[in-house]
Write a protein that binds this ligand. Structure first.
Ligand SMILES: Nc1ncnc2c1ncn2[C@@H]1O[C@H](COP(=O)(O)OP(=O)(O)O)[C@@H](O)[C@H]1O
Ligand SMILES: CC(=O)OP(=O)(O)O
Ligand SMILES: [Mg+2]
Length: 401
């Protein structure tokens, strides 16, 4: 009989990425099927590969009535089931952006858990509803299938109170007002790779730069998170594709008082209209920003780098020094130019950059003898989620006795 399959969904604010893994006797390998629906809701388009071969290439879905994330999941599942039979599915794993103060580890999603995740929607309004819509869509198409949530916040539970506490009155703190941190699934994958790729001395005090559409830094001591640039929400910290990052709250008070901006318009401004897009006026995509001659686009790229350099300095301070810097996610993995500019800004820390190694995307991009080592390690959020799902779903299928 064919091996069972684990499905993974990673729903972002405007996309759904998915992957499916065969669970053989040796465990899970790499994803056999991968794909995504991008540009939801304006112009959703589907891409799907089997064994790294394109099966569907940018098919427009608008005409088939796909508008939201749930539709996108339904269409994706239909296409996947044409490639491997639905009966082979044994579990689905989901990236869930917010686990609140409660979820410190992956969880099987039953009705009670689902309700608790729904209660966290106000903490991540542009991510959490889509994560939950994915679960509902899977439950419709494959009723009874075990579903597992992996959380972006869990990895940061080792951050100490001095770093996560927000200095506001106790009654607000007791309602969950604190810094949480995000991109934890990606950071936990990178942490798992450090012992395999860095020497013992290099992996004591590490800063990982997850630079994708959303971007953050994580300071790790011995592989555990002690500080991160995102906080209560995914709006904090670095400059991102469409988010401006760290912002004086006085700006919000000003906009509310002077322009009468309401919650919806501020949310739209902060999550969708700022960052590289808002500053450059060109695009949220770093490739287009770097290619543009517009002065505002140059400033956007310059500020993207500046904010990383500034925050790595703060992280090094928290760690009491820096042994290694790791780049990951879309920009971190693919943009040699951004890596070079960031590393140039960190030369004072003793980072000596190997441009030739970075240009060919080598794993180690610092020069021999550099006091701070630098690396590129491709992240694998889907792989982490698939393994979490396999572990929890198998537990459920085989009751321990
Ligand atoms: N060669 C490249 N040079 C610069 N930026 C790139 C390159 N390839 C991808 N990117 C950037 O990576 C971003 C997407 O990163 P990714 O980690 O996939 O983000 P997300 O998971 O948040 O969608 C794109 O917005 C694009 O700007
Ligand atoms: C938490 C977050 O910012 O996620 P993403 O990078 O997928 O937008
Ligand atoms: Mg991502």
């Amino acid at each position: 009989m064919a091996d069972p399959v684990i499905l993974v969904l990673n729903a972002g604010s405007s996309s759904v990425k998915f992957a499916a893994y065969e669970a053989g006797p040796e465990g899970l390998g790499s994803a056999r099927w991968r794909g995504q629906v991008e540009n939801i809701p304006d112009d959703p388009s589907l891409t799907l590969s089997e064994d790294d071969r394109r099966v569907v290439d940018g098919e427009k879905l608008r005409a088939s009535g796909v508008t939201g994330h749930a539709d996108a999941v339904r269409v994706s599942l239909k296409r996947l089931f044409a490639l491997f039979g639905r009966e082979r599915l044994i579990a689905a794993g989901h990236r869930v952006v917010h686990g609140g103060a409660e979820f410190g580890a992956p969880a099987l999603v039953d009705d009670a858990t689902f309700a608790r995740l729904e209660a966290l929607i106000p903490l991540a309004p542009l991510h959490q509803p889509h994560n939950l819509a994915g679960m509902r869509a899977v439950a419709e198409v494959a009723p009874g299938l075990p579903q597992v949530a992996s959380f972006d916040t869990s990895f940061h539970r080792t951050i100490p109170a001095v770093a996560y506490t927000i200095a506001l009155p106790r009654e607000l703190r007791e309602k969950g007002l604190r810094r949480y941190g995000f991109h934890g699934i990606s950071y936990s994958y990178i942490a798992s790779q450090l012992p395999k790729r860095l020497s013992e001395a290099e992996r004591r005090r590490v800063v990982v730069a997850h630079l994708g559409n959303g971007a953050s830094l994580c300071a790790m001591r011995d592989g555990r998170s002690v500080e991160t640039t995102m906080g209560f929400s995914a709006l904090d910290g670095l400059l991102m594709g469409t988010r401006c990052g760290l912002l004086d709250p006085g700006v919000l008070l000003y906009l509310m008082r002077e322009r009468g901006d309401d919650v919806e318009s501020l949310e739209d401004l902060l999550y969708r209209r700022g960052g590289l897009l808002g500053l450059s006026g060109v695009s949220a995509d770093m490739r287009k920003v770097l290619a543009s001659e517009e002065p505002d686009a140059r400033l956007a790229a310059e500020q993207f780098v500046y904010r990383i350099v500034r925050e790595v300095g703060a992280m090094a301070s928290v760690l009491g020094g820096l042994d290694a810097l790791v780049f990951t996610a879309g920009i971190g993995e693919h943009s040699a130019e951004i890596r070079e500019r960031v590393c140039a800004g960190l030369a004072w820390l003793g980072l000596s950059f190997d441009r030739e190694a970075s240009a060919r995307s080598a794993e180690r991009i610092s020069a021999p003898g550099s006091r701070v080592a630098a690396f590129v390690i491709p992240t694998d959020e889907e792989g982490v989620i698939a393994r979490d799902a396999a572990a929890l779903a198998t537990q459920q299928l085989e009751p321990v006795g």
